[in-house]
Write a new protein. Structure first.
Length: 133
């Protein structure tokens, strides 16, 4: 959850897919004028990305990479649409590290295994509680 466009309303960011090749990023935001939740989708596959606050402009930076190859993408919301711009893409030079900043956006992993892990949190002899509340 992060306020991508600086509007004061935090957007819910989700990444879903079955593998690196088909991961898609979605943003859910609230429109004050229409009083509705809007879903916005990034129109390119950015893989399983790490997210950072964009230090140069309003928005976020998504970084995906594997085997010393990286894709760094700036993402912002403008006029109710997702706008992306490639910052950097290519093979890392010898000794170069993947792009990162000191302002990561923390992510929570929720997947098909979530409910299995939740049940293991109930200790033997204790009553079951609703962890979702």
């Amino acid at each position: 959850v992060y306020d991508i466009d600086g509007s004061g309303i935090k957007e819910l960011i989700t990444i879903e897919g079955t593998c690196e090749a088909d991961y898609l990023m979605h943003f859910y935001t609230y429109d004050l004028l229409t009083q509705t939740v809007c879903e916005l989708e990034v129109d390119q596959n950015i893989g399983n990305a790490a997210l950072y606050k964009d230090q140069e402009r309003i928005g976020i930076v998504a970084v995906s990479g594997s085997q010393d190859y990286q894709l760094v993408t700036a993402i912002k919301i403008a006029d109710g649409k997702i706008v992306t711009a490639k910052i950097k893409e290519g093979q890392l030079a010898e000794g170069e590290t993947y792009y990162e900043t000191d302002e990561p956006i923390l992510l929570a992993m929720i997947n098909d295994y979530y409910m299995l892990r939740e049940s293991s949190l109930i200790l033997e002899g204790e009553e079951e509680t609703n962890l979702g509340e």
